[in-house]
Design a protein around this ligand. Sequence first.
Ligand code: F6P
Length: 555
Amino acid sequence: MRTESAAAAPITAQSLTERPVWKALETHHHTIKDLHLRQLFADDAKRGEHLTAEAAGIYLDYSKNRITGETLRLLVQLAEECDLRARIDAMFSGKQINSTEQRAALHTALRAPKNERIVADGIDVVPEVHAVLDRMAAFADQLRSGHWRGHTGKRIRNIINIGIGGSDLGPVMAYEALRYYSVREMNFRFVSNVDGTDFKEATIGIDPEETLFIICSKTFTTTETLANAHAARKWILGKLDNIQAVRKHFVAVSTNAEEVSNFGIDLANMFGFWDWVGGRYSMDSAIGLSTMVAIGPDNFRAMLAGFHAMDQHFRTAPFDKNLPVIMGLLAIWYNNFFDGQTIAVLPYDQYLKRFPAYLQQLTMESNGKHVTLDGARVSYQTSPIIWGEPGTNGQHSFYQLIHQGTRLIPCDFIGFCHTLNPLDNHHDLLMANLFAQTEALAFGKTTDEVKAEGTPDWLCPHRSFEGNRPTNTILAERLTPYTLGTLVALYEHSVFTQGAIWNIDSFDQWGVELGKALAQRIVQELAITNGPPLKHDSSTNTLIRRYVRLKETPP
Ligand code: F6P
């Protein structure tokens, strides 16, 4: 869909690093880079209360960051001078902010309440959004109640989502995150990888007569997803041996009705969305159908309300009280002024085990760009690398490096005041670890303190902790569908804030195209044993020849 002409076009030709405020930040960084969090907390006894912000049930403590009031003032000024406010308005009002694809990025419309009016290309999109949600709800209810039956009349007990990237990571993450709320009589599985192992393992031990596939693909042309969808059709027809069975065992979620129909899925079983929803911003569209079946329509709508609450906050709160803006600016502070290369996201909740993986696509596919909106090579770093694992597991794995390694790794700690699964004092243990880690990272343990414990001199350097490792702590009451919506929107808008300041297109992903095109050519070469001479570089040629030769040899 084409929407109103862009208001988000490059605001100014001035390069980011030439701006006086950027230079002021560089000078300021030079002044405070060695300032220790110990000192900052000593200077302001209430720092841990002052440097906090709260919205939509999310409490953000950003006091353990290497910043002063001046840092914040300059970062907010940077956001203002980069016209972040105008860019936010352009996104929410459906302007073509995805300029290289000439599309709006209107995922915020997916969670707009019914009475809101959001016009893109002359059409109010809100009624369409709600019409799809209503169809999804009716379908989910049919499945959950057992009214939707398989071809042979058996109840559907297994839902397998086939999709990749945004058509997989959001659904898997949300299913895992909200598993507590899910219908336990049904199994939910997810197939993304074109590696046959993924499909095979997902279908082991289950009955095709009781299985429904949701084929999720915005384009419905993605090689991996189509290969898996074809495997699924074969698997269903292998047992049911009647093409009519496809109607009862397949539904599609896509923007491409033609390809859905070509695949053989009845359009009555297709749930649509729109080209103004980016793949990595689509878990709250029909791409979330598996989530809705798992947790039920009411919980899904509660999740949308959470998204919307954070949207409203992002859109209206002043920057210095705006959670996504603060987080985005801090990411820029470490990325561009401290040369930090990564950010670790550490959820202290087992249900959020796929949250870091989800954020990898959201952040790195959005902001892993090397040119500005005008196509000029950037002269600064863009997206940090996002990684992480749930606490406390990470503590016994890679936290050593965060505490005592040579790199600066800002971390986001995420925790909840109530557990969903009370078990003796486990939750206190879990949260004690979260608080302890942020304290240890910030304040460390000096050599004098280590010495005072009777540690021999030679061992003191090994046992000392420099501290001054920055962290954010995100605390919410409990993990609910609503909370998950607020958390995802928080990160979406933080990513948006960063992209706006770097003046890049956070909504395209051209970088995935070259590899896809080359693979299409190579797959043909792999099928021929004695084909024409290969025309790649000597490394790729040799690897292909070796593979083709060895794959013919029995193991
Ligand atoms: O390869 C990247 C990508 O285009 C992602 O942006 C997207 O989420 C994924 O592929 C899947 O695309 P589709 O939903 O069209 O199958």
